[in-house]
Design a protein around this ligand. Sequence first.
Ligand SMILES: [Zn+2]
Length: 270
Amino acid sequence: MRDFTLKAYRSLLEAFLQAGYRFLTFEEFLEHPEECKAIVMRHDVDELAWNALKMAQLEHGLGVRATYYFRIVKQSNVPEVIRQVVELGHEVGYHYEDLALAEGDEEKAMASFEKNLAYFRTYYPVRTVCMHGSSTSKYDNRLLWKSHWLPDYGLIGEPYLSVDFNKVYYLTDTGYAWDGEKIAVRDVVKTGFDLSFHTTKQIVDCVGRGQFPDQALILAHTLWTDRPFQWYWLHVREYIRNNIKHFARNNKTVAVVYEKAVNWYWKKKH
Ligand SMILES: [Zn+2]
């Protein structure tokens, strides 16, 4: 059976529901960290915004609320999608990358951060933000918070800064695998758990056996699809991308060419 389809995603949600877990949005979780069996489903909408809507509808049908982080680039920032995701009862936040876009200019980055945050607040009263990895940029977007304070911007949390991952299990579907951390450059966290999965089915089985941690933050991107052509194309693309990323680590020329290609692909909207 193909993994990372909407069908597989549904089986994952149903496994948690059957095992008595509650799904909380990230803002709810920050306000009620004591909730004993809780899953925060976080979606970074890096691209393919319409796929996010499909996931949001599926979740809604199961009574699940999740958190969607949208980027300012046009591949993510699709007003119709954001509007509908809000209507389905999910939390929306800003997937910021201002420091990378401003090439390290902190003042410029903070000005665009505020402007973009205000923009996303026209859809939803945004209270949490989450950094985009910007893997080819040398700037780590999170560093904005070294000299600024979230509450000054009406924010209560940032997944990379506000969660103790020794207590909350962290899972991400980077590179179409649940154990693809090796290739993720920045979207990694230090964790106190000695537990790892490769396929969605393995997670479902673990939840069924009652061996899955009580609290988890799960990052699922928008590459989950039931459409065979899109599924195959994305798998080939991820495979190539992972290899280039791996190669670029040891080869400067490859790294530079890759960064140029990525920047061209994400041509800024503004
Ligand atoms: Zn991202």
